[in-house]
Design a protein around this ligand. Structure first.
Ligand SMILES: Cc1cc2nc3c(=O)[nH]c(=O)nc-3n(C[C@H](O)[C@H](O)[C@H](O)COP(=O)(O)OP(=O)(O)OC[C@H]3O[C@@H](n4cnc5c(N)ncnc54)[C@H](O)[C@@H]3O)c2cc1C
Length: 463
């Protein structure tokens, strides 16, 4: 690890910190099996000397912020995008490709924030899929985007009963989000979901897409129109914050920027001190499973499978249009070995204990897959950003208001949140709007108070 000098935006003082920076040789995800010509591209041989807006990170957050800025600003700003590795080589290129809010997450949220805030959150997620669909169609992105349904399946009888009771209570209380969801009764659930031993399920709205194709094609469009100068393999090592501008240091030289957007998710604490120890990098894993020949009928919905309330956790499944399937989760197989996954940003190694769980998962759990010969085609890891309250940090960076913006700390579910969060951040930059005027959920706003309340103790027990 190299040590770097990190700026504390509040006090203006520098101090030495271990650098949380993407490793050079990550595992190869299925989604990065068909690379775009801009994957490894630098728009100019030399790093520009200055720009209006520097965006650090070329994942979903960085690229969609650039997109919305270009949509919203009539006078186009000069934008430089700095990426430590290749385009979309972070979590966005290594996830499940699956966007939804799990009913169980809503249950937790209602308990923690009340039903009105949970309803706002659900509405925010539901609206995002239509916003993404419009973008895919308007920009002609060929990324297998599809509006889908998703089953939250419960294999444990006790958990299914509890979920059913809770769902019907919400129905009775006329929670707005229940208009989009249905309970699948225990009598029919195996047939409806194709899952052996299912004890109940909630059907919820979702969408799926090929995240790398979405991001790389959108970025290529911005570059074609000369709206973004892309610099891949250019890690930002330090940032000096002066009044009115910031200086970003890289191995390619320095860049002076009037505004900076941290779209660095898990890695944000390595560059921006207020997030050091507040957004914790943690490793997750996914696989691509392929049957010998595509199984018919095709699984047209996505899944979250809950094995039991305690002990075993949750998997997520995203059937691909070609008959393959991307599956992630399996956390209980390695969670005891904390140093292998928590507070690490090394996605160059696998979490080998998940392999036996995933290798026959389809045969064990899905009707019609018993003789499919389904096998793991590819297995990989990626780094997510954990926050104590499991909400992202979005908005102006405390201590650098009006100059530094952040959208990071998406935990395990950024695909459902980022596109419209980026629209809000772009609005703040383009028009000087306050966070409140963006319409983003208040629970996402990054504030000193929220950061101070982020109790590191809870990281130890909850993650
Ligand atoms: C295995 C796995 C499965 C997942 N499954 C799902 C899922 O099914 N659904 C879902 O909603 N979410 C899922 N997630 C989470 C989701 O992928 C993330 O929330 C989302 O991709 C975050 O996007 P981002 O753009 O903020 O971050 P990233 O995609 O990680 O982009 C950050 C970028 O910043 C760059 N960077 C970092 N530091 C620097 C620096 N100093 N200088 C220059 N560049 C830098 C990185 O290289 C990276 O490209 C999963 C994540 C993983 C790892």
């Amino acid at each position: 690890m190299r040590n770097i000098s990190v700026l504390d935006s509040g006090s203006g003082k520098q101090h030495v910190s271990e650098q949380i920076i993407p490793v050079d040789d990550p595992t190869l995800p299925y989604w990065r099996s068909q690379l775009h010509p801009i994957d490894d591209y630098r728009s100019s041989k030399n790093l520009p000397v200055e720009c209006d807006i520097a965006i650090i990170g070329s994942g979903m957050a960085g690229v969609t912020t650039a997109y919305h800025l270009c949509q919203q600003m009539s006078e186009k700003p000069s934008i430089v995008m700095l990426e430590a590795r290749q385009v979309c080589s972070g979590a966005t290129g290594r996830n499940g490709g699956h966007s939804k809010v799990r009913s169980i997450s809503l249950m937790k949220m209602i308990k923690e924030y009340g039903s009105a805030k949970a309803a706002d959150f659900a509405a925010f997620v539901y609206e995002q899929k239509y916003a993404m669909k419009s973008c895919v169609e308007k920009e002609g992105l060929d990324c297998e985007f599809e509006l889908r349904r998703s089953y939250d399946v419960f294999l444990d009888e006790g958990e299914a009963k509890e979920a059913k009771k809770w769902f019907y209570e919400c129905l009775q209380e006329q929670h707005e989000w229940t208009r989009e969801c249905d309970w699948i009764d225990e009598r029919n659930v195996e047939q409806v979901t194709s899952m052996k031993g299912a004890k109940g399920a909630i059907s919820v709205p979702a969408c799926s897409f090929w995240p790398y194709k979405f991001v790389s094609q959108l970025l290529a469009k911005l570059m074609e129109d000369k709206l973004v100068n892309l610099q891949t393999r250019t890690p930002v090592t330090t940032i000096q914050h002066e009044s009115g501008y910031s200086v970003l240091q890289t191995d390619q030289g320095a860049l002076k920027a009037r505004k900076v957007v941290f779209a660095t998710n898990a890695y944000t604490g390595g560059l921006c001190d207020v997030y050091n120890g507040k957004i914790i990098p943690y490793k997750g894993t996914a696989v691509h499973i392929v049957p010998r020949v595509p199984v018919s009928p095709h699984l047209s919905h996505t899944y979250n499978i809950s094995y039991a309330p305690e002990g075993l956790g949750v998997d997520y499944l995203n059937p691909r249009p070609d008959g393959g399937i991307v599956v992630g989760g399996g956390k209980w197989t390695y969670s005891q070995d904390r140093s292998s996954w928590f507070d690490t940003w090394d996605d160059s190694t696998l979490l080998p204990s998940v392999r036996p769980h995933f290798s026959s998962l389809m045969q064990r759990h899905f009707k019609g897959w018993e003789d499919s010969g389904a096998e793991i085609n590819r297995i990989w890891t990626g780094i997510q950003g954990y926050t104590a309250d499991e909400r992202p940090h979005i908005g102006e960076v405390p201590g650098a208001e009006g100059q530094h913006y952040v959208l990071a700390g998406f935990n395990g579910g950024g695909m459902a949140l980022i596109f419209t969060s980026a629209r809000g951040v772009a609005k703040m930059i383009a028009t000087g709007s306050s966070y409140k005027d963006t319409g983003l959920p208040s629970m996402f706003q990054t504030t000193r108070e929220r950061l101070a309340a982020a109790d590191t103790e809870s990281y130890e027990t909850r993650a």
